[in-house]
Design a protein around this ligand. Sequence first.
Ligand SMILES: Nc1nc2c(ncn2[C@@H]2O[C@H](COP(=O)(O)OP(=O)(O)O)[C@@H](O)[C@H]2O)c(=O)[nH]1
Ligand SMILES: Nc1ncnc2c1ncn2[C@@H]1O[C@H](COP(=O)(O)OP(=O)(O)O)[C@@H](O)[C@H]1O
Length: 404
Amino acid sequence: MGEAPVIYVENLKDRFSDGFNLRFKGFETSIDVGDKTFVIGSNNNDSISSIEVQIYDKSKVKWVIPTVLGTEPKRYKGHSAILLNEDRIMVITWGSTPDDCIWFLEVDTEYVKQQKKASGTEVVAWSKGVRGDAEKPVVISGPSGVGKGTLINMLMKEFPTMFGFSVSHTTRAPRSMEKNGVHYHFTERSIMEKDIKDGKFLEFASVHGNLYGTSTEAVEAVADSGKRCILDIDVQGAKSVRASSLDAVFIFISPPSVAKLEERLHLRGTETQEQIQKRLRNAKAEIEQGKSSGIFDHILCNDHLEKCYDDLKKLLGLDGTTSTNPKPSSKGINLPSKHAASKINNKILIKSETPGSGNPSKNSIVLDVSLLKGGAPSRTRGLNVYAVDPNPFSDSLNGIHKLS
Ligand SMILES: Nc1nc2c(ncn2[C@@H]2O[C@H](COP(=O)(O)OP(=O)(O)O)[C@@H](O)[C@H]2O)c(=O)[nH]1
Ligand SMILES: Nc1ncnc2c1ncn2[C@@H]1O[C@H](COP(=O)(O)OP(=O)(O)O)[C@@H](O)[C@H]1O
């Protein structure tokens, strides 16, 4: 069956005595990937920092502190670490809440390779693990004034439990009716630039002279609530999302003519004449790109609003033939607060090590990682969870049943 020990908890201070000061005050694990050892340490006594990563490069005989991208796990009591596919380490935290106990530290995925190349430094990236799957997000692009916001509002009004809007960040000033946190997160450029550098954004672009971007959290919060996420982003942003790990449906809304676009922007009355002219100049390139770049799965012309809305609903399978019930939000995983983990093929067996919990197989859980999807900078979805039937005579994974 090929069960392999997968937790390597060692005292690295003894193993590597090259004078490098390991900073962890709490608990640490190490995992070998190629000629590197990744040491993940939690600082239990520290009120500020929770988890750190250090790398021992055996070929260069030196320690490296990598750039850590993404949102890391919150403070916890300890963890198990398991290498998957030679490119990511599954970190199962002890004593965390059910929705916060499975994490992936990506060490050599495509995303990490790209980031290493771009920064010229050692990079690792966190991605939170989530049970089950989410519906594909819907990316809607098109020139300013074409009617994206109007169409999205109609959809959200008709199907309030089904769709959720990805609230972007922007450095542009709010319009009079816009609310912070609802229409946009209005933010300072320096803060947004730092968050982008820290890997918190799925995509960003400079549009009409302002910075706009979709944070990973904006999209994942909608998916976590069981709703289908809608993104209203420009063509550059759509191109970035297309190249990312997020699997989405891409729709371009085109105007019947540039003259109609101009008329709509004037009637909307939210921009100055100068701003309108800038948006119209950009519109021509956006329409060309939208129609020819191959980014978009569907192009809809918004001439007559009701007709365009009906077409949009058809594309999304909302023409009455499919159920419009929202998917249940992804549930967490109740893990024993202290446990041992081992890997058998694509299954991770987690056994309780909590004193007094009795029969160890009683609290055993299996995480199936064969259908994982996504990854940094977003969540890693597709985790399946099974309970193992209590069986004092067997350590095997026979008799497992899926937890709903
Ligand atoms: N790349 C990217 N573009 C965005 C984002 N949010 C909004 N945009 C785009 O920025 C452009 C300007 O948006 P906005 O200032 O709200 O003006 P409007 O399109 O005229 O209503 C539009 O093309 C939006 O689709 C984002 O998070 N990322
Ligand atoms: N098909 C349409 N025909 C005429 N006006 C429209 C149509 N669709 C949207 N509008 C109007 O055009 C303006 C711009 O629409 P909006 O949704 O704000 O565009 P965007 O979000 O793409 O910038 C709004 O005043 C809206 O009411």
